[in-house]
Ligand binder design. Structure first.
Ligand SMILES: [Zn+2]
Length: 237
């Protein structure tokens, strides 16, 4: 089992860790700052620095079949550390920060377009949500304007934990019908955007909405009779 430091502090870019197991399909550490693929967000890239200064490039991060151990997928042919070795695990921060900004922007998009979310994807400074918007007409300029208004409020983003049973008693907290919040460990993390949004989420977020920067709505597509896909992109900081 891997301790998930990225859930406590998304801004922690590196950590010391101990290798639990090491195979070409993935290197398991006792703790990590690498976000593992899930919730529509790709796994982090980065490096593991070994004692002898060898750098192992990590091309992706995934959960093992137990869903509790995180595997750091090394580049093909990379040297593998031995189990028990101490390493320094460091994420590609520029990439992660783009995803944190995009992910947080999608929370705000779900406020601006308050419809059930049926799917979503977090890219690098871009992302999309699919809405079951019924008969509502989604207007690109209107959504973009209101999204940037919320970003400009620079609202604080914070997290807290509740028991699975509390979430089950308050199912209205779940906006995403296709992406179930990470349950099963007995507790669920809630992400609050001050005065704007509260929902269970296992992803990585910025600390204030102002960090998102300028957002554009790059497309609204029909994905079925009542389903609309809204794509956003963020400007460079
Ligand atoms: Zn989130």
């Amino acid at each position: 089992m891997t301790q998930t430091l990225f859930r406590e502090d998304a801004y922690q870019a590196e950590t010391e860790a101990t290798v639990l197991s090491s195979e070409p399909r993935g290197i398991a550490l006792d703790r990590t700052v690498f976000y593992a693929q899930g919730g529509g967000q790709s796994g982090d890239k980065g490096t593991l620095l070994l004692d002898d200064e060898t750098l192992v490039p990590i091309v992706s991060t995934i959960y093992d079949t137990d869903r509790a151990t995180i595997l750091h997928v090394p580049a093909a042919g990379a040297a593998l550390p031995r189990p028990g070795a101490r390493v320094i695990a460091r994420i590609d921060w520029d990439l992660r920060y783009k995803r944190m900004r995009a992910h947080t922007a999608l929370h705000l998009l779900s406020v601006v377009a308050p419809y059930p979310v049926t799917g979503g994807s977090v890219g690098d400074a871009e992302g999309r949500l699919d809405f079951d918007s019924g008969e509502a007409v989604l207007d690109k300029a209107d959504i973009e304007g209101r999204l940037n208004e919320l970003i400009a409020r620079d609202a604080a983003v914070s997290q807290s934990w509740i028991a699975d049973s509390e979430l089950e008693a308050n199912p209205s907290l779940i906006k995403t019908m296709s992406v179930k919040p990470p349950m099963g460990t007995g507790r669920v993390r809630l992400i609050a955007i001050e005065g704007l949004d509260l929902q269970p989420c296992g992803g990585t977020h910025v600390a204030r909405t102002g960090e998102i920067g300028r957002a554009s709505v790059t497309g609204i597509e029909k994905k079925g009779k009542i389903n609309r896909r809204v794509r956003i992109a963020l400007g460079a900081l």
